[in-house]
Design a protein around this ligand. Structure first.
Ligand code: FAS
Ligand code: PHB
Length: 394
């Protein structure tokens, strides 16, 4: 058993783990990232596409060199288009004075890997059987197997950034956790296509179901359609996908969508999930390890960034000032933004999707909700503030 030591052991080399590593390294705090997959497998993932302005601020302040300002696209908001009703623009620039950034998670993950390599500390990828030990005491450690070698990593703290299926959350005794969960009777079937995107993110609500248009670059578009949770990507030919998507957009917008062969196709289940608290002993959960939101509000990646912001401040204060007030308050600070994002994501998911058990009364209630949005500047401002994301402090 090879034995090493670090100050903060990070489980998971996705956006949360990588950004935490970046912020700790910048603060001179030694850290090791253990990632189960290969670097190429992590970088093949296609997920989120929108950064809140708060996330952009954190990334800029982190000293991280990203291509965000070259390849990203600042946006004033997003459109909702509703079958046979006027469209609504969620105008975050008008109501919050902020913009959002269309910049893909894949590109951000590439930037984070490059920054870590440039700092001379690679991610330990293909780390198998990562297990957490002694997290309820003062000297936790991890064990893992890598390149045929069994290893032990002693540390002061463990950051569980290992996503929904990782080992960190289950390391917290279930009797000490409150789990809040809701699953949805549908998923998002998504494709990537090498065609020019629509100018703005556009959510479509049709009697048949939801569809959405987004972007990654001026020549790379991302589209989604609501699909039964039992479907798999193999059930959806490109022709079936495009026919469904174009049907769910108003004709004048569908006419502007450039279709083509998909270069990626995947099914994302929708789930709302929060575990409380997000810390136990020397273990701190961040990102999808602690919570999942339906992608309707574009919050998943942004919550991972805000969790990491709060956790890094606590760890930096511990090492720089010897104070643990921020660490002790991590979970409460993170959960305030998490529940605000859960609320927005659930409301938008309800508004924009057709549920299999929707009766006529429910359908009319949902339409009335949209009518209020069209009529009321108060409702428009509230949605814009929620969509833009809670400020980090205060
Ligand atoms: P991640 O899941 O990204 O990363 C966790 C990492 O831990 C992974 O690399 C994993 O391999 C690793 N890991 C797991 N178990 C491990 C173990 N035992 N040992 C070591 N490492 C381990 N959000 C949006 O805002 N918009 C979207 O459109 C959107 N689409 C999504 C589509 C899909 C299919 C999924 C699954 C999520 C989507 N999300 C979206 C949410 C997504 O972007 C997450 O919020 C984001 O990836 C969170 O980052 P992490 O917390 O780092 O978790
Ligand atoms: C995306 O670009 O993938 C995206 C944008 C907005 C969402 C979800 C996903 O709400």
């Amino acid at each position: 058993m090879r034995r090493e030591r670090t100050q903060v052991a990070i489980v998971g080399g996705g956006p949360a783990g990588l950004l935490l590593g970046q912020l700790l390294t910048q603060a001179g705090i030694d850290n090791v990232i253990l990632e189960r997959q290969s670097k190429s497998a992590v970088l093949r993932r296609i997920r989120a596409g929108v950064l809140e302005s708060h996330s952009v601020d954190i990334l800029r302040a982190s000293g991280l060199r990203t291509r965000m300002d070259d390849l990203g696209m600042p946006k004033n908001g997003a459109w909702i288009v509703w079958q046979n009703r006027p469209a609504h623009f969620i105008d975050i620039a008008r109501w919050t004075g902020r913009q959002m950034m269309a910049y893909g998670q894949t590109m951000l993950t590439e930037d984070l890997y490059a920054a870590r390599a440039a700092a001379g500390s690679d991610v330990l990828d293909e780390a198998e059987d990562v297990a957490l030990h002694g997290i309820d005491g003062p000297a936790p450690h991890l064990t893992y197997r890598r390149q045929g070698q069994d290893n032990r990593l002693d540390c002061d703290f463990v950051a569980g950034c290992d996503g929904f299926h990782g080992p960190s959350r289950p390391a917290i005794p279930s009797k000490l956790c409150r789990v809040h969960e809701r699953s949805y009777p549908f998923g998002w079937l998504g494709i990537m296509v090498e065609r020019p995107p629509l100018p703005d993110i556009t959510y479509a609500r049709h009697a048949e179901g939801f569809a959405m248009a987004s972007r990654r670059t001026p020549m790379l578009s991302r589209y989604y359609v609501q699909a039964p949770i039992s479907d798999s990507p193999e059930d959806w030919s490109d022709d079936r996908f495009w026919d469904t998507l174009l049907r769910r957009f108003p004709p004048e917008i569908a006419a502007r969508i450039e279709t083509g062969p998909s270069i990626e196709k995947s099914m994302a289940p929708l789930r709302s999930f929060v575990t409380e608290p997000m810390q136990y002993g020397r273990l701190y959960l961040a990102g999808d390890a602690g919570h999942i939101v339906p992608p309707t509000g574009a919050k998943g990646l942004n919550l991972a960034i805000s969790d990491v912001y709060f956790l890094s401040r606590g760890l930096i204060a511990h090492y720089a000032e010897g104070t643990d007030r921020l660490l002790n308050g991590y979970s409460a600070a993170a959960l305030r933004r998490i529940w605000a994002a859960q609320s927005l994501s659930s409301r938008l998911t309800r508004l924009l999707h057709v549920y299999p058990d929707d009766d006529a009364f429910t359908s009319r209630l949902v339409e009335a909700e949209y009518e209020t949005l069209l009529r009321s500047e108060t409702a428009q401002a509230a949605l814009a503030h929620d969509y833009a994301g809670l400020p980090y402090l205060g």
